[in-house]
Design a protein around this ligand. Structure first.
Ligand SMILES: Nc1ncnc2c1ncn2[C@@H]1O[C@H](COP(=O)(O)OP(=O)(O)O)[C@@H](O)[C@H]1O
Ligand SMILES: [Mg+2]
Length: 325
């Protein structure tokens, strides 16, 4: 069987930010937010991206959309390298790649009606002609995300958090994208609302054949929507596998700890109870060897504190970056 071409491919992607000053004339520390990530998002799949706050998830998402310029590495969209394209050459790709933000309130302009917000997205890519055509398009978008056409005359503050996130989703869908980065789209919502939004994204993905990078800090949020899951730690992918493999047979001690820390009632939790000790090390001063070794319950001296483990295949479709997995 021939594997289809990935819709998005990241190759050895790195992004460093300038850290705080190290003192007079000593320059700035380097903060490696994304430290050599290679991964594919396949057409029509949702790839979950999970890890603690600060591990580089949003930075990776923005690199894939070229909202950030990488320090090194490449991004391909449907086979075309987009890392080197000029802004004008990038324009047709912009429409195909959209983002949904964590906090729909701060990402929606409070002075614009829903209609104006969605019309702006459509006009930016010259996707509508007459005003009646525009109105029809907007009404259809609102219905598609579970809102009503008459909602278009309202302002963001007139909606609940879940409804605002639906507006954010409608705005992303307006331009008929093929790839969407959903950056913690439910983290700011009440737990009771989270499942509704996750289900909506999952329905849209199936109906429209979209591809998603679905970012979350909690593994259980992405469990049911993701075909595959990537677990990130301090800027690196430490485990990448199908959802079943990740949840049934997590191989990296960090993934195991994340799963047992999750609040979901879990019959297997007792036998793999593994508590994360200590804090996440700073990306300004990461430890040598495996970045996880200072918190790892099984780390071996002389190996894990010296050698960086490469991501390697442990079974079909299952990759782990751990010397001992
Ligand atoms: N624009 C920026 N300038 C400097 N540092 C940044 C910037 N954006 C993110 N960082 C740093 O990069 C690291 C990764 O951040 P981020 O990608 O936002 O992580 P996550 O989304 O997983 O919480 C963090 O240490 C964060 O402080
Ligand atoms: Mg983030």
């Amino acid at each position: 069987m021939i594997e289809p071409r990935p819709i998005v491919r990241a190759e050895s992607l790195r992004k460093s930010f300038r850290g705080p000053s190290k003192g007079f004339r000593r320059g700035h520390a380097e903060l490696r937010a994304v430290d050599g990530v290679t991964l594919d998002v396949m057409p029509g799949e949702t790839l979950g991206l999970v890890g603690e706050s600060g591990c580089g998830k949003s930075t990776l998402g923005r690199l894939l959309l070229r909202l950030y310029e990488p320090t090194s590495g490449r991004v391909y969209f449907d086979g075309t390298e987009i890392t080197t394209l000029s802004q004008s050459a990038l324009r047709p790709f912009r429409r195909k790649m959209q983002i949904i933000f964590q906090d729909p309130y701060s990402s929606l302009n409070p002075r614009m009606t829903v209609r104006a917000t969605l019309a702006e997205a459509l006009r930016a890519h010259s996707l509508v002609g007459s005003s009646s055509e525009e109105e029809e398009r907007i009404a259809a978008l609102l219905r598609r995300v579970g809102l009503r056409p008459e909602h278009m005359r309202r302002y963001p503050h007139e909606f609940s958090g879940g409804q605002r996130q639906r507006i954010g989703i409608a705005r992303a869908l307006a331009v008929s994208p093929s790839f969407i980065v959903a950056d913690e789209p439910v983290s700011a919502l009440d737990v009771s609302i989270q499942a509704q939004i996750v289900n909506l994204l999952s329905d849209l993905q199936q109906e429209l054949g979209l591809s998603f990078l679905f970012i979350a800090h909690d593994l259980h949020v992405v469990e049911h929507v993701s075909r595959r899951v990537a677990v990130m730690y301090l800027g690196r992918v430490v485990e990448l596998a199908t959802s079943e493999q990740i949840y049934e047979n997590p191989r990296h001690p960090y993934t195991q700890a994340l799963l047992s820390a999750a609040p979901e009632p879990d019959p297997h939790a007792e036998k793999r109870r593994l508590i994360l000790e200590g804090d996440v090390p700073s990306p300004l001063d990461p430890p040598p060897g495996c970045f996880f070794h200072p918190r790892c319950p099984i780390a071996e001296k002389g190996l894990c504190d010296r050698e960086v483990p490469a991501l390697r295949r442990v079974e079909s479709g299952h990759e782990v970056a751990c010397h001992l997995a």
